[in-house]
Ligand binder design. Structure first.
Ligand SMILES: [Zn+2]
Length: 377
C-alpha cells in the first residue's frame, strides 16, 4: 500500500515521511483514531515507505520486491498482531498466526475494515476478539529472529486495547527495552483502554477524521460511487471511510429508514391510539437487525435536528431528503426533549438486542416519544 492509495490525511503522510527523511523514526509509535479514518492503512504505507528500495520524497515506489511483498502483507520482516476470537477448532490458545490467512484476506479487501467487521468475517459468533498472553511469546520469537532484509523488523499491533493485562505487561517490557532495528506500530482506536505505561512510552500520532472532500473523492476512486451519491454520503459519514462504505451499500435502507423515522415522529405526535398500535405492529415485523438500524438512525436524526433547531444549520449533516424534512421538523426537537428522546431510543435498542418483545418495546417507545414531542421548547 502506497501513501497515494490512502484517502486524504495529507498532514499525517507528510509527518510520517518526514520522520524517515530526517532519520528520526521513533521505535514505538501509535496511530490513534477510528479505524475508518485510515489508521491501519497509514501504518502499512509507512512500513512500506521505510522498507522501499526506491522511495521518492513523497511515496514508496510500489514496484520493488519489498513494496510488492508488503502490498500482499507477505513481507518477512513485517509482522501483524490483531485480536482473534476463540472459536471451534481454535479454542486452544489462538494467536494471530492461527488467523493470519483469514485476516490478510479481510484487510486486502478493505484496509479500513472495523473490529466488528473482522469478527464477522472470522465467523466469531459470540466470541470476542482478544490479544492473549501467548501472543507475547510469539512477538518475542519473531523479533529475535534474524531480519531477512537487514532493514527494520516491524511489528504492527492492530487494536492493542484488546490486549489482556498479562499481554500488555509483556509488551511493555519489549517497548521499554527494544531490540535493535525494531519498530512497533500500534494502531489503536481508544487509548483509554491501554495501560498508561504503554501510552507514555509510545509516540502518539493522532489521526483525525477524513475531510469530507477527500472522502467524497475516495468513494469515487475506491468504490466507484457516482459523484452525486458520493457527495451525499461523505456529508453524513463523519469522516469515516468504513462508515461511508456501509452507507454506500445501504442507500436503499437509508431511504427506508428516513420514511420510517418520519412515520414514527408523525404517529407519535398525533397521539392516536389505533395508529400508534398499528405502527408498533409494523415495526415489530421488521426483524431485529433492521429494528436496531432504524433506532440508531433515529438517534442520529434527532441529534442533527437539534443542531438545526439551535440554528447551527451549517453543522448539521443531512442528505437532501433528510434536510428537507428537517426544515419543518427541527422545531419539535429542542434541549428540553432531545436528551429524553435519545434515551428512549437507546433503551429500546438495548431491549431489542436482548430479545424483548419488539411490539411492547416499540409501543412503549412511541408513547414516550409522544409525550416528549409535545413538551414546550
Ligand atoms: Zn519500493
Amino acid at each position: 500500500m502506497r501513501f497515494a492509495d490512502i484517502i486524504g490525511q495529507d498532514d499525517i503522510k507528510r509527518h510520517l515521511i518526514g520522520t524517515v527523511k530526517e532519520n528520526r523514526i521513533s521505535h514505538a509509535q501509535m496511530m490513534l483514531g477510528r479505524e475508518g479514518y485510515g489508521t491501519l492503512p497509514l501504518a502499512i504505507a509507512y512500513a512500506q515507505y521505510i522498507n522501499c528500495q526506491h522511495r521518492t520524497d513523497s511515496d514508496s515506489c510500489g514496484e520493488c520486491p519489498s513494496c510488492r511483498q508488503i502490498s500482499q502483507l507477505a513481507y518477512p520482516d513485517l509482522h501483524f498482531v490483531f485480536p482473534v476470537p476463540a472459536t471451534g477448532s481454535t479454542k486452544e490458545k489462538p494467536v494471530s498466526d492461527t488467523f493470519f490467512r483469514k485476516w490478510s484476506e479481510f484487510i486486502k479487501q478493505n484496509p479500513y475494515g472495523s473490529y466488528q467487521q473482522w469478527l464477522d468475517y472470522a465467523e466469531a459468533g459470540n466470541s470476542q476478539g482478544l490479544i492473549r498472553v501467548d501472543e507475547s511469546s510469539e512477538i518475542i520469537r519473531k523479533l529475535t529472529m534474524k531480519s531477512f532484509n537487514s532493514g527494520y523488523k516491524i511489528m504492527v499491533i492492530w487494536l492493542p486495547e484488546k490486549m489482556n493485562s498479562d499481554a500488555s505487561n509483556k509488551l511493555l517490557k519489549l517497548i521499554e527495552e527494544p531490540y535493535p532495528m525494531t519498530l512497533f506500530l500500534l494502531v489503536a482506536e481508544n487509548s483509554e483502554n491501554i495501560i498508561s505505561t504503554i501510552i507514555s512510552r509510545t509516540q502518539i500520532v493522532k489521526v483525525p477524521r477524513i475531510a469530507d472532500a477527500d472522502l467524497c473523492a475516495g468513494l469515487q476512486r475506491v468504490a466507484g460511487t457516482d459523484a452525486a451519491k458520493a457527495e451525499k454520503i461523505a456529508r453524513i459519514s463523519e469522516g469515516d471511510f468504513c462508515k461511508a462504505l456501509e452507507y454506500c451499500s445501504q442507500t436503499a435502507d437509508l431511504a427506508q429508514n428516513l420514511d420510517l423515522f418520519i412515520k414514527l415522529m408523525r404517529v407519535s405526535y398525533s397521539y392516536k391510539a389505533p395508529d400508534m398500535i398499528a405502527l408498533a405492529d409494523e415495526l415489530a415485523s421488521l426483524g431485529r437487525e433492521k429494528q436496531k438500524a432504524l433506532l440508531a438512525y433515529s438517534e442520529r436524526m434527532v441529534r442533527e435536528n437539534l443542531i438545526m433547531n439551535r440554528q447551527l444549520t451549517s453543522m448539521a449533516r443531512f442528505t437532501d431528503d433528510e434536510g428537507n424534512f428537517a426544515q419543518k421538523f427541527s422545531r419539535f426537537i429542542h434541549p428540553q426533549n432531545s436528551g429524553l428522546i435519545a434515551e428512549a431510543l437507546d433503551k429500546a435498542s438495548y431491549h431489542i438486542s436482548r430479545n424483548a418483545s419488539a411490539k411492547i418495546v416499540f409501543l412503549d417507545t412511541i408513547i414516550t416519544l409522544a409525550r416528549c414531542l409535545r413538551m414546550p421548547a
